[in-house]
Design a protein around this ligand. Structure first.
Ligand SMILES: CC(C)(COP(=O)(O)OP(=O)(O)OC[C@H]1O[C@@H](n2cnc3c(N)ncnc32)[C@H](O)[C@@H]1OP(=O)(O)O)[C@@H](O)C(=O)NCCC(=O)NCCS
Length: 161
């Protein structure tokens, strides 16, 4: 792990642009998804904890290099959703996603979280993402066929903490 990486947990207004730049850089998300990623930051800035969106930002030299967004799932005891994880394209495959998840899982566990859920696409493009979750100890729980579009399934992963 890069020793110069630091974590930050409170969003600041500049994170809207940083998150937009990171999710765009990945080439994985369509314009509507990019807007949703930014809206989660805006909601947290406006409503704080009431938004139920929480963040871990990984920074290097004052710039955000990757982040997670997660939160408790209403009506459950200790189940959390991982809403988003993205690492700047230029920093992928260097261990940042792994340390971001380790940090996020530690916080979730300390908050009483038992299980963390991640959803992704079953498309070929997301094979590296599915490998990432599996390497980090998530198990493939179930799959909703044609969820996103014909031929584009939704795959659910879960990790017991
Ligand atoms: C998925 C993502 C967050 C992973 O972050 P990362 O920093 O690239 O991943 P890491 O370098 O920490 O890799 C952690 C593990 O995942 C595996 N992995 C990462 N990228 C992989 C790839 N392209 N293919 C196969 N395995 C991969 C690695 O083997 C590694 O395991 P190891 O440490 O045992 O070798 C990042 O690549 C990303 O932002 N992807 C695009 C956006 C995305 O898909 N987000 C999830 C939305 S559903």
């Amino acid at each position: 792990m890069d020793p110069d990486i630091t974590f930050r947990y409170e969003p600041v207004p500049e994170d809207c642009a940083a998150v937009r730049a990171i999710v765009e850089s990945t080439g994985f998300f369509n314009p509507a998804e990019i807007e949703i990623a930014v809206e989660l930051v805006e909601d947290c800035l406006e409503f704080g904890e009431a938004s139920e969106y929480y963040f871990v930002f990984a920074e290097r030299d004052g710039a955000v290099a990757g982040y997670t967004c997660y939160g408790p799932i209403d009506g459950t005891e200790g189940s959390f959703d991982l809403y988003w994880i993205a690492v700047d394209h230029g920093r992928r495959s260097q261990g940042l996603g792994r340390v971001l998840m380790r940090e996020t899982e530690g916080i979730v566990r300390a908050a009483g979280g038992r299980r963390i859920y991640a959803e992704t696409s079953g498309r070929e493009q997301y094979e590296p993402t599915r490998c990432f979750y599996e390497r980090l100890g998530f198990s493939r729980e179930t799959q909703l066929r044609d969820f996103y579009a014909p031929g584009d399934d939704k795959v659910f992963y879960v990790k017991a903490l």
